[in-house]
Design a protein around this ligand. Structure first.
Ligand code: NAD
Ligand code: UD1
Length: 341
């Protein structure tokens, strides 16, 4: 059993990961400034796992707050750093907010880790670092392409900051996890994604449309070079994703032979088009999604899906949920938000 600091732990992926960490017997301390999440998420976590995690309301960009956390919660073994701003469009409009929040928070954690004897940090990166891939599926040796948004750039810079720090001999390990497209919700419908305002991402927009909150979903382009003309993504169930974090943390803390720095793709290895995803939702829930075909969205990648072989073989982790189950869970969560479950 280890004591894990989860930054951004009341957020979408952080809350699911906290549940899996607790189920595996770990003790979790969350720090979150609630800038993109709600305190009631702690109730959902408690209802699923039977344990209410320690919670510190605070900002990871504030070094004094972080230092106080390490003083009042001694013995933290590892950190999973989810705390970041993540809206691509907003990052284009407010780049400094993104560079400050995403980079200063990471610098603060890396600064304090040696002082408080923290042995490892898992970092939330993204397949966005690959840009438009030359080949699919894409593995971890593929080139990093120039970032297309300040948000994407913060992921690339963060990976470089961690890499340089480890190479300089920092007394801790790190695992960089490149997520493909996290979707779905916990099957209990106790926790899920809480989009702020009008969603930009596909699944929350789709489920809100199915629920009648939005009139129709616009499919951004059907003239891409793909079998049905819509973009292709690798949609990874959020619970599967959460489980990978528990394994990654265990590897850093318990395996003295594991490298000081590793990077893994987290995806299913299956590419699914936007139209196929809509079909899966309709098939698995029996609910129709009104949609129209619209213009391409600027900056969109045509097709990207993961080669997850490294995570499969080295971590012994594999995405297990079927897309239909994932869609059913996303729908149950949407109904829960509407008070219908
Ligand atoms: P989220 O917004 O749901 O969760 C992030 C949490 O961090 C929120 O609860 C927010 O309140 C908190 N936070 C933000 N800045 C903070 C700060 N300075 N101090 C304390 N708390 C702060 O996002 P998510 O989808 O759970 O994403 C988690 C991580 O995974 C992020 O780093 C994100 O960039 C990365 N990621 C997400 C996706 C995705 O599609 N969701 C894909 C790739 C990578
Ligand atoms: C986007 C970000 C990526 C980020 C990820 C998770 C861009 C270019 N990339 O990925 O950096 O890590 O979100 O936050 O913004 N779609 C529609 N209609 C909609 C919404 C989406 O057709 O209303 C399509 C998109 O064109 C895309 C697919 O659905 O082909 C997935 O979109 P989205 O959920 O926004 O994720 P990404 O664009 O893959």
């Amino acid at each position: 059993m280890a004591k894990i600091l989860v930054t951004g732990g009341t957020g979408y992926i952080g809350s699911h990961t906290t549940v899996e960490l607790q189920k595996a017997g770990h003790e979790v301390v969350i720090i979150d400034n609630l800038s993109n999440s709600n305190i009631h998420v702690l109730d959902g976590i408690e209802r699923i796992s039977g344990v209410r995690p320690e919670f510190v309301e605070g900002d990871v960009t504030d070094l004094a707050t972080l230092r106080k956390l390490f003083e009042t919660h001694p013995g933290i073994d590892g950190i999973i750093n989810f705390a970041a701003s993540k809206a691509v469009g907003e990052s284009v409009e407010q780049p400094l907010k993104y560079y400050r929040n995403n980079l200063v928070s990471l610098l603060n954690l890396l600064d304090l880790m040696p002082e408080y004897g923290v042995k490892g940090i898992v970092f939330s990166s993204s397949c966005t670092v690959y840009g438009e891939p030359d080949v699919n599926p894409i593995d971890e040796t593929a080139p990093i392409k120039p970032a297309t948004s300040p948000y994407g750039n913060t992921k690339q810079i963060s990976e470089e900051i961690i890499t340089d720090t480890i190479h300089a001999g920092a007394p801790f390990k790190s695992i960089l996890l490149r997520y493909f497209n996290p979707v779905g919700a916990h099957p209990s419908a106790e926790i899920g994604e809480l989009p702020n305002g009008v969603p930009n991402n596909l699944i929350p927009y789709l489920t809100q449309t199915a629920a009648g909150i939005r009139k129709q979903l616009t499919v951004f382009g059907d003239d891409y070079n793909t079998p049905d003309g819509s973009c292709i993504r690798d949609f990874i169930d959020v619970v599967d994703l959460a489980k990978a974090h528990v394994i990654a943390m265990g590897r850093m803390l318990d395996n003295p032979e594991s490298p000081k720095l590793e990077v893994f793709n987290l995806g299913t290895g299956r590419g699914l088009s936007v139209l196929e995803l809509i079909a899966s939702f309709e098939r698995s829930t029996g609910v129709k999604v009104p949609y129209v075909i619209g213009q391409r969205r600027e900056g969109d990648i045509e097709k990207i899906w993961a080669d997850p072989a490294k995570a499969n073989n080295v971590l012994g982790w594999k995405a297990e949920a079927s897309i239909d189950d994932t869609m059913r869970n996303a729908w149950r969560w949407q109904q829960k938000l509407a008070g219908k479950v």
